[in-house]
Design a protein around this ligand. Structure first.
Ligand code: SME
Length: 167
């Protein structure tokens, strides 16, 4: 019997993100495009947004950038607060299957059940992060982690190129 495997989601998103990377005029536009793409394409990604470290801020603070989804009260997050702060300060992806059981969680919407936050690196340093909330518990499995980490990587490389060109 012939086997036809359907193209996996990671592959599809990779291609779409690569296309966005080559078609957008700035890292800022790329980030906007990624929030739109993931929010539209991935059914369980109900809130998708970037937080970027404010340049020169001491103590460091994450500032909300482009996002899709409900308005959030958390537009500035210090690194010692929230799941966002945990991901940025550790430089590691954080996946929370049930936000109700995580004392670090800063509520954005009552509907949110699970969350993934992936750091964006520029020249090996955390420059910001991609944050995704879902209305479904445990929405972020291994494939989702790969997809979101790929998006964060492409943004980091784009920021590197952009910052090298303007410095
Ligand atoms: N839940 C995040 C705050 C950002 S909102 O989800 C958009 C946190 O705990 O850091």
């Amino acid at each position: 019997m012939a086997t036809t495997s359907k193209p996996d989601k990671l592959d599809e998103v990779r291609k779409a993100v690569d296309r966005l990377d080559s078609e957008t005029r700035s890292a800022d536009q790329l980030m906007k495009g990624i929030t739109l793409l993931l929010n539209e394409h991935m059914l369980k990604y109900n809130w998708v947004g970037f937080y970027m470290l404010e340049p020169g801020a001491r103590p460091p603070v994450l500032v909300l950038g482009h996002y899709q989804g409900a308005m959030t009260p958390h537009t500035r997050i210090p690194l010692n607060q929230g799941i966002c702060g945990a991901a940025a300060s550790s430089g590691k992806t954080v996946v929370v299957d049930d936000v109700a059981t995580d004392s670090r969680y800063l509520a954005c919407s009552l509907e949110t059940k699970s969350e993934i936050v992936v750091p964006v690196f520029v020249r090996g340093e955390v420059a910001g992060e991609l944050d995704i909330d879902s209305h479904f518990p445990a929405a972020f499995g291994a494939e989702d982690r790969n997809i979101v980490e790929y998006c964060a990587q492409v943004v980091g490389k784009r920021l590197e190129r952009e910052r090298a060109a303007t410095s």
